[in-house]
Design a protein around this ligand. Structure first.
Ligand code: SF4
Length: 81
């Protein structure tokens, strides 16, 4: 069974850094990491999918519908060197 079906699902949908870190670590142990990450992108999902967060997907052009309206542009703009 994949980790997100065994553990508290709130870890994958929390805004708290500690919870997101725990979810990412669990995703790293999952055999579905790569296809799950792609499904999160293509589905423009919220939460941690395949170890990737909503904001990370948004930076790659896979923001959930309505995400831009609810988040400041500086939060999703690519980091500048
Ligand atoms: S990679 Fe996907 S299926 Fe696996 S634990 Fe993470 S969110 Fe769940």
């Amino acid at each position: 069974m994949v980790p997100c079906l065994k553990e508290d699902p709130e870890l994958w949908y929390s805004d708290a850094a500690v919870a997101q870190h725990a979810a990412r670590e669990l995703c790293e142990t999952c055999p579905l990491t790569v296809p799950c990450r792609e499904a999160g992108r293509q589905g423009r999902e919220f939460g941690i999918w395949g170890g990737e967060s909503t904001i990370e997907r948004a930076r790659l052009g896979y923001a959930p519908v309505g995400y831009h309206a609810n988040h400041r542009l500086k939060d999703i703009a690519p980091a500048r060197p």
